[in-house]
Design a protein around this ligand. Sequence first.
Ligand code: MG
Length: 88
Amino acid sequence: MDISALQQIVKERYFKTDSERGIYHTALWFHEEVGELSSAIASGDKENAKEEFADVLMWLLTLANIMEVDMEAAVAEYLANSRKNPAK
Ligand SMILES: [Mg+2]
């Protein structure tokens, strides 16, 4: 699955609810998931960390949807940026 396809699935499932909640409160949910991921990593619970990695990714993509950011393009730009790519 590519990033665009995943972002589209997230949009179809969550955009209405998340956009109605608004970017600020949706960002708070994202931060909560980042905290849960950090706790899972700190505790060494790999199974829980796996679930939390997915939670963080979904909330990241929903934030991108609300802000109309194409993450596939954003990642491509990031990788093409020589400042962020020491191999270049
Ligand atoms: Mg979670």
